[in-house]
Design a protein around this ligand. Structure first.
Ligand code: C5P
Length: 226
């Protein structure tokens, strides 16, 4: 079995996908199911970590021993993550966060009117939670991990994103027809701010999760850079 190399470590993981309400019955959402985030939680627990799982709109079974915080929107996810990150050794943003939300929320259901074109939906930006947590570093030596789904120029786009978001590790997935969303399997490359590149062959989301923890554990043992 794997070493208990995360004993005593506090780890915060976001999982699932945010939903941004338009009115009481409708929302803008995405296809994330939360499988990768939940696999990260299970494997971290197996390695001895204390896990807070911030779950957005998933109906997956709760990993035994995890402290679960349920959220719906990006703004709720941000609040829960910033709070939990305050005393975390590592933060992993596996959730699919909506980049935009409807600029106005209609308290009453939007109705169709005979012979009239629908109103356009105006959007506004959501905060970038990963960039915010990376910039803040609530604790010295805190390790921050992001995820990115790319369809083309996967490595170049991944490197640029890692630099932009200032995280320590970025897991880059190539998104395709049957890859990544809703699947039990995944294939990825983990890019490190130190220039490292760790390919993870196609396989269960648990294997990718364990590779992420190997890299996180190494960085935690190394301690904060001088
Ligand atoms: O910019 P992009 O959405 O590709 O970045 C993906 C990474 O950034 C994921 O780790 C995701 O959880 C995080 N993210 C975030 N806040 C946003 C958008 C993405 O933390 N508003």
């Amino acid at each position: 079995g794997l070493a208990q190399d995360l004993i005593g470590r506090r780890i915060v993981i976001s999982a699932g996908g945010t939903r941004e309400p338009l009115d009481p019955v409708r929302y803008l959402g995405n296809r994330s199911t939360g499988k990768q985030g939940f696999a990260l939680a299970r494997t971290a627990l197996a390695r001895g970590a204390q896990v807070t799982l911030v779950a957005a709109n998933t109906d997956l079974p709760v990993p035994a021993g995890a402290d679960v915080v349920r959220v719906g929107t990006a703004l709720q996810l941000r609040e829960a993550m910033v709070k939990a990150a305050a005393d975390a050794d590592a933060v992993v943003m596996a959730a699919a966060v909506a980049d935009f939300r409807p600029a106005v929320y209609r308290a009453g259901k939007i109705k169709k009117k005979d012979g009239q074109e629908p109103d356009p939906v105006r959007l506004t930006r959501n905060p970038d939670i990963l960039a915010e947590i990376s910039a803040e570093r609530a604790r010295e030596g805190q390790v921050v991990v992001g995820f990115a789904a790319e369809t083309d120029d996967v490595l170049a786009n991944g490197r640029a994103k890692l630099a932009r978001k200032r995280c320590d590790l970025l897991v880059v997935n190539e998104v395709g027809e049957k890859k990544t969303f809703g699947s039990a399997d995944n294939e990825a490359v983990v890019l490190g701010a130190d220039g490292s590149e760790t390919p993870v062959p196609y396989g269960p989301k648990e294997s990718l999760a364990d590779t992420v923890w190997d890299l996180v554990a190494t960085r935690l043992q190394r301690g904060p850079e001088a």
